[in-house]
Design a binder for this molecule. Structure first.
Ligand SMILES: [Fe+2]
Ligand SMILES: [Fe+2]
Length: 225
């Protein structure tokens, strides 16, 4: 009897229990969509607080996905980059509103507060076992290829590849969208900036992946929310 029940449940992905029928692939897809929705809700909570970066996380997620695909990344690693990119600035929830939404130039001590956001984000996300790998990517998204970034001053390949990818996507979006204190940079000028910072701020391979995508990115109307 037990063996026949086991055989029944091994029949492909289709499962029937107590009159209900569902496909395990559908359940998995539904779980993934639910997980993604929760992530989007978390980001919406951040963007309600930080109005000037509205839409930033979604755009960085899209750009990061393009870069990762361009570098041949697939499967779970690709999924992790996408989720981490959505959540990369979640630590800004722990930064005071008057600093986050300040219109003028930030004082040194205010910059020091802003620079805490990768660690705050890491500490939020590492509470979840499932988000552990994502937390590490978020922790290092402001490291630089030349080691002059933060929080740990990691260099080159010591920085997780996913964080290097998000670093480029983050900078591109920050430059090409407007802030309260400045106009957006043109895609042409942004291309020059990225070139200048290749091997300094940015991983050269990720920069080259961005170069290949540039015309597509520049042609897309990336609208704010
Ligand atoms: Fe950030
Ligand atoms: Fe960002």
């Amino acid at each position: 009897m037990l063996q026949s029940i086991v055989r029944f449940f091994r029949l492909g992905n289709l499962k029937q229990v107590a009159g209900f029928t569902w496909d395990s692939q559908d359940v998995e897809q539904s779980n993934r969509e639910f997980f993604h929705d929760i992530i989007e809700c978390l980001v919406a909570a951040l963007e309600a607080k930080d109005c000037y970066t509205c839409g930033h996380s979604s755009r960085v997620a899209d750009l990061s996905l393009d870069l990762a695909r361009g570098l041949g990344i697939t499967g779970e690693a690709l999924e992790n980059i996408h989720i981490a990119a959505h959540l990369h600035d979640i630590g800004k929830m722990g930064i005071a509103d008057n600093i986050l939404n300040k219109r003028g130039k930030l004082l040194l001590e205010e910059w020091a507060q802003i620079h805490l956001h990768p660690v705050i984000g890491y500490n939020i996300l590492r509470k979840s076992k499932k988000l552990g790998p994502i937390a590490k990517i978020v922790l290092h998204h402001h490291e630089r290829w030349d080691g002059k970034g933060y929080p740990h001053g990691l260099r080159r390949y010591n920085i997780p590849l996913a964080s290097r990818i998000i670093g480029v996507a983050d900078a591109v979006d920050a430059m090409t969208t407007s802030r309260a204190y400045r106009e957006p940079m043109s895609w042409k000028d942004c291309y020059y900036e990225v070139q200048v910072n290749k091997n300094k701020q940015f991983d050269p391979l990720v920069t080259e992946a961005a170069e290949k995508l540039w015309n597509t990115w520049a042609g897309e109307q990336q609208t704010d929310c």
